[in-house]
Design a protein around this ligand. Structure first.
Ligand code: ADE
Length: 230
């Protein structure tokens, strides 16, 4: 999969997407990532990317021209253009899975008060929010989105770890994990995990997953969460 990120802050995206699993995703060829500075598509001397809102109001709005120019220079027939915005559909594991099946994503990360609405209306194929809160920098949202999508690409997690075990993959949060030492400050690892009885361990994990979901995310069990809908 190829992903192009358009942002005013390439450095904000670069570090988190060049470490660990995202590094591996690129090294193994699953992900071809390009991070661009939107200012490169400005045509004026001062590389202006924002302006005051028509009708008045606080803050600045990102101008449409560099965003359209950037997307139009990168877009191919199979590209999907994703605008990161708090007004978008909330990102879920299901949605991340759907996007991971695409061949090419062009991600626009907003900044300031937002982007000119003509970008929403006439350029973006999807508007995605990473949650019901507002960040100052949409590049952070783009990083979250890319990480969630790219880790689902074949070969990225490796054979030792499957996305099928993730929280949300079966509509539940994941159960607890423990490692050595078996006793730490008097707190013992649950006996069953040391038993070697794999069927019993699997049943225990399922029950624990249910319990954690009941405690922390009862909305998932009621099926009324937007987190699992697509
Ligand atoms: N930009 C600012 N806040 C955001 C959010 N919650 N999701 C996506 N983009 C954003």
């Amino acid at each position: 999969m190829r992903i192009d990120i358009l942002t005013l802050f390439p450095e904000v995206c670069r570090a988190p997407l060049s470490e660990s699993m995202m590094k591996r995703a690129q090294e193994c060829g699953a992900l071809e990532l390009h991070i661009h500075n939107l200012r490169d598509w400005t045509t004026d001397k001062h590389h202006v990317v924002d302006d005051a809102p028509f009708g008045g109001g606080q803050g600045m709005v990102m101008k449409p021209e560099p965003i359209f120019a950037a997307v139009e220079s990168l877009r191919k027939e199979n590209s999907r253009v994703v605008l990161m915005t708090p007004q978008g559909r909330t990102l879920t594991q299901t949605l991340a899975g759907e996007f991971s099946a695409q061949q090419h994503l062009i991600i626009i990360s907003g900044h300031y008060e937002g982007v000119d609405h003509r970008v929403h209306e006439h350029l973006a194929d999807a508007e995605i929010s990473i949650g019901d809160y507002v960040l100052t920098n949409g590049a952070i949202a783009a990083v979250v989105f890319v990480d969630a999508v790219a880790r689902l690409l074949p070969g990225v997690l490796g054979h030792e770890r499957s996305a099928a075990d993730d929280s949300f993959s079966e509509g539940l949060l994941e159960g607890p994990h423990y490692t050595r030492p078996a006793e730490f400050r008097g707190w013992n690892v649950p006996e069953i995990l040391l038993s070697g009885n794999h069927a019993a361990i699997a049943a225990w994990r399922k029950e624990q997953a249910l319990q954690r979901t009941r405690e922390n995310r009862p909305d998932l069990l009621r099926g009324d969460s937007s987190s699992l809908s697509s």
